[in-house]
Design a protein around this ligand. Structure first.
Ligand SMILES: [Zn+2]
Length: 281
């Protein structure tokens, strides 16, 4: 999956250091990022591509192996010859995976930094603290930490079949699984039951956890679950959100995935009959 970058190691601890010439710079504009894409290889500008002035607007993000990644925070849009602004989901279609993971994670942090420039309690300007990854308001003392939104990915199975979906209004047009964000006051298992009922009108049982995945494109932490159909298999589609939801048998699943997302991994796991806690029939 996108976070599986071994033998490289992601160092999430907040230990800011000054930028080096060869460190990567992530510069965003809304949901686009400054990149160069050539023959399926995506790359970002390096510190050495920036002017002295532009280098003053670099915020330390994280480190992967010995190389640090920085966010460009300048007021004006960064322009670097040979690079152009492309949608952040370009990281899903281009490699290497190390760059895709770094870009996705940088985007998650960019969204958080840019949405919290002012304190939500008193409206004063916040500033970046030096000892931990947080923003602080000196007027009222409010400290703001990165926001991560848990969501579930659900493999709804009935023996040899699984429900696959397509979303009506998303950039990603491939086949997917039923999914949704956790609501306040819910367990992840409650979210599974609610989302399945809302999106396809079915009851499920034997809900079992599979794996998790950071998914910075939506600021999320995805929790993968498989579950079994309980009762009628007749799908009632929530048409506002989904364009298609249908039962697909293992043999109909084609090998069309890059194994970047938890959804893709779960679909292929099911195809190969290896989903956890399979209900024998
Ligand atoms: Zn405040």
């Amino acid at each position: 999956m996108i976070q599986d970058i071994a033998p490289s190691v992601y160092h999430n601890e907040y230990s800011p250091v000054p930028p080096n010439e060869n460190d990567f710079v992530f510069a965003f504009d809304g949901r686009t990022i400054l990149v160069n894409i050539s023959d399926g290889i995506i790359s970002c500008p390096r510190v050495k591509d920036l002017s002295e002035n532009e280098r003053h607007d670099l915020q330390y993000l994280f480190r992967i192996d010995e190389k640090c990644d920085f966010l460009y925070t300048g007021a004006s849009k960064l322009e670097v010859p040979g690079f152009s602004y492309e949608t952040v989901t370009s990281f899903r279609r281009n490699g290497p995976k190390l760059m895709s993971f770094a870009g996705m994670t940088a985007y998650h942090l960019y969204v958080w930094y840019s949405a919290n420039r002012f304190c939500g309690k008193c409206g004063s300007k916040t500033h970046i603290t030096s000892k931990e990854r947080s923003l602080k308001c000196d007027n009222c003392g409010n400290i703001i930490y990165p926001r991560i939104s848990p969501a579930v990915i659900i493999g709804i199975t009935d023996g040899d079949k699984i429900i696959m979906t397509r979303y009506a209004d998303r950039e990603y047009k491939g086949r997917s699984l039923v999914a949704g964000f956790c609501e306040i006051g819910e367990t992840a298992e409650d979210t599974v039951r609610r989302e399945v009922m809302e999106e396809v009108g079915l009851k499920v049982k034997n809900i079992r956890y599979y794996k998790s995945q950071p998914w910075g494109f939506d600021g999320g932490l995805l929790l993968g679950f498989f579950c079994d159909l309980d009762g009628s298999n007749e799908i009632t589609l929530e048409e506002d959100e989904l364009s298609i939801a249908e039962w697909i048998s293992r043999s109909e699943i084609t090998d069309e995935h890059r194994f970047l997302s938890l959804t893709e991994e779960m679909i292929m796991l099911f195809r190969d009959g290896k989903e956890p806690g399979k209900n024998p029939r």
